[in-house]
Design a protein around this ligand. Sequence first.
Ligand code: DX5
Ligand code: ZN
Length: 228
Amino acid sequence: MHSSLPAPSLLAGDHANLGASAQAVADAGAAWLHVDIMDGHFVPNLSFGPETVAALRRAGIKLFFDTHLMLSEPARYIEAFAKAGANLISIHIEPAYDHAATLARIRSLGCQCGIVLNPGTPAGAVEHLLDQVDLVLVMTVQPGFGGQSFRADMMPKLAQLAAWRKERGYNWRLEVDGGVDLRTVRDCHAAGADTFVAGTSFFKATDRVAFLKEIEGLPGLEARNAER
Ligand code: DX5
Ligand code: ZN
């Protein structure tokens, strides 16, 4: 169904030259740009706002903006991000708010929607929303900072979500975020993920074109199912 897709993360770019960093992602051949939005409350860090997204669009960046909201109150900001040019908006399950209504609102604004799980959150926490999303994002680090170590103990959760997707016929992408590099991406892929956020590993790669090609070369779901 879904081909393997790398999503380089702007968080690991040059924050004094974000337009150039986004352009570098496009120039390397990526289709998606992962944009991390932090509020200093749900996570202990701050990053970008809707104006950053709008400015990237004005600068001519045409990548698919995979916008990861790490916010205690995402509903307050989704309209601003949709208007700024986000293509997909993901929200976390952990804070208390009306998740289903917020996902529906994201779609009504013309964007795809995703639900995100922190490392401590079990797959079952999002089970009731799996018929309402375009993407499920499993954090493989505690969100807030780039450059952290990959949590291999998240693989059973990924596999559980992938199994539900297959059994129940869902069509969402299954994304991983945090500590993904050319080694750990293989574990994620084996567990069923098809969409791979890469911050530090992408920007530090000596050959970014080859880096993206290697991830894109991992066989997609149809090919994998045929193997089984
Ligand atoms: C972490 C962010 C990630 C971050 C990943 O809170 O959600 O998207 O950019 O960075 P790396 O790939 O360096 O772990
Ligand atoms: Zn992220």
